[in-house]
Design a protein around this ligand. Structure first.
Ligand SMILES: Cc1cc2nc3c(=O)[nH]c(=O)nc-3n(C[C@H](O)[C@H](O)[C@H](O)COP(=O)(O)OP(=O)(O)OC[C@H]3O[C@@H](n4cnc5c(N)ncnc54)[C@H](O)[C@@H]3O)c2cc1C
Length: 75
């Protein structure tokens, strides 16, 4: 991983949070490896960093509870 500003990339992901990181990872898993994440602050400085200590599966909506349970298995 480079910290130098890239001059080009096949895909540029804006935002180094959970969504940006997941998108970049998924792209590389599908063979697109020239992916750059640009972040205006530091990686994880948004909601991702503020909530990273929270792992819960207790939700009032069953679909959310199911997604959280699946996510916990991956985590
Ligand atoms: C206290 C708290 C508790 C939470 N608890 C839960 C929970 O229990 N379960 C759950 O599923 N979710 C929870 N969340 C929500 C979850 O954390 C967020 O939905 C998720 O982290 C958002 O990820 P993101 O990548 O979309 O955004 P972020 O993590 O905010 O990342 C966006 C990034 O983009 C960068 N950015 C923005 N604009 C630009 C730009 N123009 N150029 C460059 N970079 C830019 C920002 O600096 C930031 O780093 C919680 C959130 C908080 C704050």
């Amino acid at each position: 991983m480079s910290t130098s500003p890239p001059t080009s990339a096949e895909v540029v992901v804006v935002g180094g949070g959970l969504e940006g990181g997941a998108a970049a990872w998924a792209l590389t898993q599908r063979g697109i490896t020239d992916v750059t994440i640009v972040e205006r602050d530091t990686v994880g400085s948004g909601g991702t960093g503020k909530s990273s200590g929270v792992v819960r599966c207790h939700y009032g909506v069953s679909s959310l509870a199911a997604m959280a349970t699946r996510s916990l298995e991956t985590f």
